[in-house]
Design a protein around this ligand. Structure first.
Ligand SMILES: *[C@@H]1O[C@H](CO)[C@@H](O)[C@H](O)[C@H]1NC(C)=O
Ligand SMILES: *[C@@H]1O[C@H](CO)[C@@H](O)[C@H](O)[C@H]1NC(C)=O
Ligand SMILES: *[C@@H]1O[C@H](CO)[C@@H](O)[C@H](O)[C@H]1NC(C)=O
Ligand SMILES: [Zn+2]
Length: 283
């Protein structure tokens, strides 16, 4: 009896000793929970109108788009104002803005944003349309037209088949095409990314003349992402000859006119913008 009561008080002592840290752990957890991040839904959802093969191809392109975004983020965080950054955004540019847009794309709440495969606005009937943002008809929705599956190339082919960033259409790559479409979805970057300059040459000029506009320019962000990523794929870049680079040089008169490549000839790449305008471009 005496023995068991000693054992009882001993075990009580053990319980009270071990209860203290356990309680403080709970208190610590409660404190952490109180400041923990709200869960966000960062997934760009795919609508039920997409069948198995469409869903598979879009999912793949979305994950490749994220790869472009994370590769850009990694580069920006490790080399914030290196020559790539200065080329596309300018010496006076703030990397925080660019880091912000790519972060929102990766980790931001996507709300009700949808990629859909039916053609509710009937725009896929136009020859050159690979997809479009639905604008006022459904601001969170992006339609991917069937044409995308036969014309858009996989990320693995970046720089292959003589592709040059300076002259060819960056939307040729499904991942880059989606990057562009994502920047048009209001929920993703809150309408802060615009079209100030489109061609490669004009984007380089914009970086030199207006860094504030360059950091929020659709195509500057897209070119930067592709150029940085291409260095992981190839030993050399695939920027190619920048058209108009010799603008003020006498040799310009002796240069042959640039020959359009099959991509730039064939694709208008039309899509709708926030102001309701339809934007068609070969770049
Ligand atoms: C999915 O839909 C597209 C477009 O209608 C069609 O071309 C494709 O064959 C369909 N895929 C399957 C597996 O049925
Ligand atoms: C929105 O719907 C109308 C009517 O169906 C159509 O004419 C218009 O082109 C659509 N807008 C877009 C951006 O597709
Ligand atoms: C830079 O571009 C923006 C957007 O086009 C424009 O509003 C602004 O006036 C420009 N700033 C300069 C200094 O040109
Ligand atoms: Zn656009």
């Amino acid at each position: 009896m005496k023995l068991s009561s000693t054992f009882f008080s001993l075990s009580l002592a053990i319980v009270s000793v071990s209860a203290a840290p356990f309680r403080s752990l709970l208190q610590a957890r409660a404190a952490v929970d109180a400041v923990s991040f709200e869960a966000v839904d960062a997934v760009w959802k795919i609508h039920e109108s997409c069948n198995g093969t469409q869903r598979a191809q879009i999912s793949r392109a979305v994950s490749d788009m994220k790869l472009l975004a994370t590769s850009s983020l990694e580069h920006l965080l490790n080399h914030p104002v290196d020559s790539f950054f200065v080329t596309y955004f300018g010496e006076a540019a703030d990397p925080a803005a660019v880091i912000g847009y790519f972060s929102q794309l990766m980790y931001g709440d996507k709300g009700d944003a949808l990629l859909r495969c039916d053609d509710p606005d009937g725009n896929c009937r136009f020859d050159d349309w690979n997809g479009h943002w639905r604008g006022d008809n459904a601001t969170e929705e992006t339609v991917i037209c069937d044409r995308s599956y036969s014309t858009r190339r996989p990320r693995e082919q970046l720089c292959a088949f003589n592709f040059d960033l300076a002259t060819d259409n960056p939307n040729t790559y499904f991942a880059a095409d989606l990057l562009h479409r994502a920047f048009h979805v209001p929920n993703f970057v809150h309408g802060k990314v615009h079209h100030h300059a489109d061609s490669y040459h004009d984007c380089l000029d914009l970086a030199k003349t207006n860094a504030t506009a360059a950091v929020e320019n659709q195509h500057s962000l897209q070119y930067f992402a592709l150029d940085v990523f291409s260095r992981k794929m190839t030993k050399w870049d695939c920027v190619g000859e920048v058209e108009g680079k010799m603008d003020d040089s006498a040799s310009q008169t002796t240069q042959p006119a640039p020959q359009p490549t099959p991509e730039t000839q064939g694709t208008k790449d039309c899509h709708t913008h926030a102001d309701g305008s339809v934007h068609c471009g070969t770049h």
